[in-house]
Ligand binder design. Structure first.
Ligand SMILES: Cc1ncc(COP(=O)(O)O)c(C=O)c1O
Length: 319
């Protein structure tokens, strides 16, 4: 997938103020650029034309995770998670977005000097841009297990979106595409299925929805948690967190990726072997549709997942 370069006039939150993207630049010696010491997030917002509102999906959960994970690298983000939600909603309003968006908060070690030792010079920024589908092919992906293993918690914690650790994902995606697949599947150091390059994975086997546990070197995805809740509550499914063997992917009924960017993406082929009938399975289809509806505010029981951008503005305006 390839996204367009964002408009340089897009308003971003940088150094505690709203400025234009084209002016939000960092020094070439910035610590995070050289050593990868940053932590980012990825959040989607869905614009609903009928409601004339932009709904940011699980915004507070994303900021709570971000602040916790910044703590792993001891990067300080002074505002509370709630304050970060307010800043993000205001950022979307200033850009007057009436389209689906992707929000990218990033916190990083900001010192501009040579040396790996990190100090307390921390900075953060929030960027929001219009965003469409991550994969061009939405009917079904061909995935392949790559030779690169998912980084282990003893090396770089994969549960945090640490900038430097994404080299692991870049190498995996590159290998998968060169081998004729659309996307990569990582095994972890134990040889079990971990996840995709930028997404978690689920398999349907013997009527159960199965996903690797948080301790199998996965990123503890918010979409994964949402899908587990939807499958249990709305479809009455048995959802199990357990290690998955590579060869189980060859004999199971359905496989799909989930993640903020990829949403719910069916996998129709693993390592050049068809998954099930070689097309999107019925459970994947139901989950994809439930997730899409929940993220757009169409299921009242999950409206608490959404942060409305423009309703706040209307409420804030004097009558
Ligand atoms: C490596 C990796 N795994 C899984 C995910 C999915 O996480 P989430 O659903 O919180 O976006 C991501 C997210 O973007 C990711 O980068």
């Amino acid at each position: 997938m390839k996204t367009e370069a964002p408009n340089p006039n897009t308003i971003v939150w940088f150094q505690n103020r709203f400025i234009r993207l084209g002016e939000a630049n960092v020094n070439i010696l910035t610590h995070a650029l050289h050593y990868g010491a940053g932590v980012f997030e990825g959040i989607r917002g869905y614009y609903d034309r009928q409601a004339r509102d932009l709904f940011l999906f699980r915004l507070l959960d994303h900021y709570q995770r971000w602040k916790q994970n910044c703590g792993i690298l001891r990067i300080a983000v002074p505002p509370s998670a709630e304050e970060l939600c307010e800043i993000t909603a205001e950022l979307c309003r200033r850009n007057d977005f009436q389209t689906n968006v992707y929000v990218r908060p990033i916190a990083y070690k900001a010192s501009a000097r040579i040396g790996v030792a990190a100090d307390d010079n921390d900075a953060y920024s929030i960027i929001a841009i219009p965003f469409g589908s991550y994969f061009e092919n939405t009917k079904g992906l061909k995935a392949g297990v790559v030779s690169w293993r998912r980084i282990d918690d003893t090396m770089i914690p994969g549960r945090a979106k640490i900038c430097g650790s994404y080299v692991n994902s870049v190498l995996a995606g590159d290998e998968a595409r060169h081998n004729g697949h659309d996307e990569a599947i990582f095994l972890n150091q134990d040889g079990h299925v971990a996840e995709g390059a930028t997404c978690n994975i689920f398999m349907l086997r013997k009527g159960k929805l199965i996903t690797p546990p948080a301790t199998d070197n996965i990123l503890e995805g918010i979409t994964r948690a949402s899908v587990m809740e939807l499958a249990r509550n709305e479809l009455g499914m048995d959802v199990v967190e357990r290690s998955i063997d590579r060869s189980e992917l060859y004999v199971c009924d359905e496989v799909f990726f989930v993640g903020t960017a990829v949403e719910v993406a069916p996998i129709v082929e693993v390592d050049h072997r068809p998954v099930g009938k070689g097309e999107m399975g019925p459970v994947t289809e139901k989950i994809r549709s439930l997730y899409g509806d929940a993220a757009r505010g169409r299921i009242p029981a999950y409206r608490h997942w959404l942060w409305p951008v423009y309703k706040d503005a209307l409420i804030a305006q004097p009558a």
